[in-house]
Write a protein that binds this ligand. Structure first.
Ligand code: SF4
Length: 215
C-alpha cells in the first residue's frame, strides 16, 4: 500500500467512539455540526499553527506537527508536541543543542470521556512519533477544555494493543466499503450525526425477529 493511501489518524478517535459514525463520515461523506463539534473546531483553530515553535526553558513547544506510521498505516497532524530536555533518553533535534523527549498533547473541547476513544487517538500519535524518532515513549497528555485540565495518559501495552485493533477494524471496514449498522447507546446523545444515522431504528425489531418471538 502506498503511504498516500493511509487512513487519517483523526478517524481512529471517531471509529473508537462509534464505527458507524466513522463510516458515515469517511465512507459516505456525511457531516453535521453540533455544539461539541463546533466547539472542537474553534479550539483547534486556536491551537493549530504549523509555524508555531516556542521555547520555554527546558521545553520546546511545536504545534500542528505532521505525523505518520508505516506500521499502523496512519497519517495526520498532532495538535501539539512538547520536546522536553532529557539528556539521558532524548533525541537530537536540528539546530538545537542537547537531547529532547517528545510528549504528544492532544486538545479536546469537552470533558474527559469514560470510553478510551481519545486515549486511542493520542496513543496512535505517540506510536507515530516513536516510529519517526525510533524511540519509546511512556506517556502523552490530553488537554480537556471543560474543565480546563491536562490528563496524563500512560501508553500501556493494553492501550497500544487496543490502538492496533481499532486501526485494523477501521481498515477492515474501509475494505468492505460498508458503513456498520447503528448501535444505539448513551454515546448517541453526543453525536452530531444522530439525524443522519437514526439509531433508534436499530432498536426496532425486524419482522422475522417479531415472528420468532411470537412463535
Ligand atoms: S447516532 Fe449513535 S449509532 Fe449513530 S453514528 Fe452517532 S453514535 Fe453511532
Amino acid at each position: 500500500m502506498d503511504s498516500e493511501d493511509y487512513l487519517q489518524l483523526a478517524g481512529i478517535q471517531r471509529y473508537a467512539f462509534c464505527p458507524r459514525q466513522w463510516g458515515l463520515v469517511h465512507l459516505e461523506g456525511h457531516w453535521q455540526e453540533n455544539v461539541l463539534t463546533y466547539g472542537g473546531q474553534k479550539l483547534h483553530r486556536n491551537v493549530n499553527n504549523p509555524e508555531f515553535l516556542e521555547s520555554r526553558g527546558d521545553v520546546i513547544v511545536s504545534r500542528s506537527v505532521p505525523v505518520r506510521s508505516h506500521r499502523l498505516r496512519l497519517y495526520g497532524i498532532a495538535d501539539m508536541v512538547e520536546f522536553i530536555r532529557d539528556e539521558a533518553n532524548g533525541i537530537k533535534l536540528a539546530h538545537r543543542a542537547g537531547r529532547w523527549r517528545p510528549l504528544p498533547v492532544e486538545y479536546k473541547y469537552g470533558q474527559s470521556k469514560l470510553t478510551s476513544c481519545d486515549r486511542v487517538q493520542l496513543c496512535a500519535q505517540a506510536m507515530c512519533l516513536e516510529e519517526t524518532f525510533d524511540m519509546d515513549l511512556h506517556e502523552g497528555h490530553i488537554f480537556y477544555g471543560r474543565p480546563r485540565r491536562r490528563e496524563v495518559v500512560l501508553l500501556s501495552d493494553e492501550l497500544r494493543q487496543e490502538t492496533r485493533e481499532v486501526t485494523e477494524a477501521m481498515y477492515g471496514c474501509q475494505n468492505t466499503g460498508v458503513t456498520p449498522p447503528p448501535e444505539y447507546g448513551k454515546h448517541c446523545e453526543r453525536c452530531s450525526l444522530v439525524e443522519v444515522c437514526v439509531p433508534s431504528l436499530s432498536q426496532r425489531q425486524t419482522v422475522s425477529q417479531y415472528l420468532e418471538r411470537m412463535l
